[in-house]
Design a protein around this ligand. Structure first.
Ligand code: EPU
Length: 422
């Protein structure tokens, strides 16, 4: 099990490329189940979550090749039961459910277990698939969906208590591409990753309109075909490096970004006093640490609001920003595990009922800390960058789930980090 040692206090500067989006790649890889032809997907980040998805597809019978960020998948002959041993490792495996059901008329996927960032139900996924005519049964920890006579288009509202569902929208959208008739998803998730999936499906021959808005309309087609697609840049990886540059940077340029996906993150970083400038094309940005800094109030919200997946990293930036910051997570109100670890490094944070109240301190000091989930571990790496002393972050496998070569990218920027095998 690897750990990361971050020697605090070094300045970061230079240029890096942002990888393809993990959260766009996962449903897009799963969507290749919808055709028996070759799908070629570029800029798939080399992270363990995409590896798990590829292992699941291989176990289902897909022929998969991966090299230099390009994945070729052919699902000519595919089974309908996703193996528990692989599915249990990653909650996002649930997004094979919609495409398997549409292609095979049956899908068996194990019910995702608990998750450290909060209770993560799948009721909205099932509500949508049931509206399309699927029969749902639970047995032995598995969900079995059947639609022996095919799926039928339907109108549905997928809004949950905490807003829309990203993977739920994806699952229903994928299933509806091959349903008979028209499906309307109201209160759909509008995240850029949903739009990227819709673009992938449309290139396969699907008829989807409205993706990227709260109302998606899908006209079912008889079959889909093979496609080539390049995944969008990872806005959360970009945001994480923007926060790192604000914390410890003397001028960092991030290439291969999309300005339109980064508006809320950019606004928060500028509000706390740092400089963020995009080039005219909006695909490269320059971040420099500011001189007059101030705390900010942040509330996470579905896109285009401030993303929950950037909540922990922004908290890491704000713990050493003068003044009071109040951070509220409305999507995952329990997603504050990083705060206990940041407090071990000297942060002044009070977590109360879905809010973190942060009083900025001058500097953190190194301490052995433990990563609890993907974004929490990124927050610890950021905090360690300008803490005094060397911080050891254990359970690094969490960060490897979603950040491609994070230690190498930080080294390229001049940070002093070491990956140590224990
Ligand atoms: N929800 C329900 N019922 C459902 C599904 C979701 O009540 O059937 C609730 C959730 O409990 C949560 C809210 O709806 O309160 C939103 O959850 P959502 O379904 O949108 O989450 P997801 O689709 O499972 C994706 C990302 C997460 C990201 C969330 C929110 C992927 C692979 N995962 O998860 O990313 O936090 O959307 O934006 O796309 C991460 O990358 O670190 C990560 C956790």
């Amino acid at each position: 099990m690897d750990k990361l040692v971050v020697h605090g206090g070094s300045v970061i500067k230079g240029v890096i490329n942002i990888s393809g989006s993990k959260n766009a790649s996962l449903p897009i890889l799963a969507a290749s189940i919808l055709t028996g032809e070759d799908c070629i997907i570029r800029r798939v980040p080399d992270v363990s979550d995409t590896n798990y998805m590829i292992q699941i597809l291989s176990a289902l019978g897909a022929d998969v090749e991966r090299s230099s960020g390009t994945v070729r998948i052919c699902c000519a002959d595919i089974a309908d039961e996703a193996p528990y041993e692989l599915v249990r490792r990653m909650r996002a495996s649930i997004c094979v459910m919609g495409p398997l059901l549409a292609r095979k008329g049956r899908a068996v996927v194990s019910l995702p277990g608990g998750c450290v960032i909060g209770d993560r139900p799948v009721d909205l996924h099932l509500k949508g698939l049931q509206a399309l005519g699927a029969k749902v049964e639970f047995e032995g920890g598995n969900i079995t969906l059947t639609a022996p006579d095919g799926l039928r288009g339907a109108e549905m509202d997928l809004r949950g208590e905490n807003g829309p569902t990203v993977l739920g929208t994806d699952n229903v959208m994928m299933a509806a591409t091959l349903a008979d008739g028209i499906t309307v998803i109201e209160s759909a998730a509008a995240e850029p990753e949903v739009l990227d999936l819709a673009n992938f499906l449309n290139a396969m021959g699907a008829k989807i309109s409205g993706a990227g808005t709260r109302r998606i309309v899908i006209e079912g087609v008889k079959e889909l075909h093979g496609v080539e697609h390049t995944v969008i840049p990872d806005r959360i990886e970009a945001g994480t490096f923007m926060a790192a540059a604000a914390l410890a940077g003397e001028g960092v340029t991030l290439n291969r970004v999309n300005r339109d996906h980064l508006k809320a993150i950019t606004a928060a970083i500028i509000k706390s006093g740092h400089k963020v400038e995009f080039n005219e094309a909006g695909n490269s940005c320059f971040i420099e640490r500011g001189e007059t800094l101030q705390g900010v109030d942040l509330t996470t919200a579905p896109f285009p609001g401030y993303p929950t997946d950037m909540q922990a990293q922004m908290t890491a930036l704000l713990v050493t920003t003068p003044g009071i910051s109040v951070i509220r997570d409305t999507i995952f109100p329990q997603r504050f595990m990083h705060c206990a670890e940041l407090k071990r490094m000297g942060a002044d944070i009070r977590v109360d009922n879905g809010n973190a109240i942060v009083s900025g301190v001058r500097r953190l000091s190194a301490a052995p800390v433990m990563a609890s989930d993907l974004r929490a571990s990124a927050a610890l790496v950021l905090a360690a960058l300008n803490a005094s002393g060397s911080t050891e972050i254990s359970r690094l496998y969490h960060i490897d789930r979603g950040y491609e070569h994070i230690d190498e990218k930080l080294l390229m920027l001049g940070a002093k980090v070491e990956r140590v095998q224990v």
